[in-house]
Design a protein around this ligand. Structure first.
Ligand SMILES: [Zn+2]
Length: 150
């Protein structure tokens, strides 16, 4: 499980459910819109700061290995234990692909946007409020999406 991606996906799936729900359900979820926008912002921040956190992990791990001469020997079936060919250098942490992070980010912003558009169409918020909420998640409104109200 990749924590940062899973966190974004969890919020994305929740908002996707809201977007396609019955109108009275959307109305209910909209009552907590500030909570949900906050959840989106937290998940986006986790994605945006992933690179910095990864560098912290890698550097702290390497500093410890250098200071302690840490060796790790994985079991080798050929040697029947500690591998004769390995010098025991511990493996560095694995970085989450930036493509996966970008995709998770885009999916989350898109789904939040469509939830807000649905709320606008039900007239739960006016265009000014919609613009403010879209700005909070770093997106803008396509006027085409505002045309038809439910
Ligand atoms: Zn071996």
């Amino acid at each position: 499980m990749i924590y940062t991606i899973e966190k974004a996906k969890l919020v994305t799936e929740q908002l996707r459910k809201f977007t396609t729900a019955y109108t009275h359900h959307v109305v209910g979820q909209f009552a907590n819109i500030e909570y949900w926008i906050d959840e989106v912002q937290v998940a986006l921040k986790a994605i945006d700061e992933y690179g910095k956190r990864f560098t912290n992990i890698r550097d702290a791990q390497q500093a410890w290995i250098d200071a302690h001469g840490t060796k790790v020997y994985d079991y080798c079936p050929m040697c029947g234990g500690k591998c004769e060919l390995s010098d025991g250098t511990p493996k560095p942490p694995i970085r989450t692909s930036s493509t996966d992070l970008k995709e998770a980010r885009k999916a989350l912003v898109d789904v939040t946007y469509y939830f807000l558009i649905r709320c606008f169409k039900i007239a739960l918020l006016d265009q000014t409020e919609l613009e403010k909420l879209c700005a909070k998640i770093g997106t803008s409104i396509d006027p085409f999406d505002l045309e038809i109200r439910e």
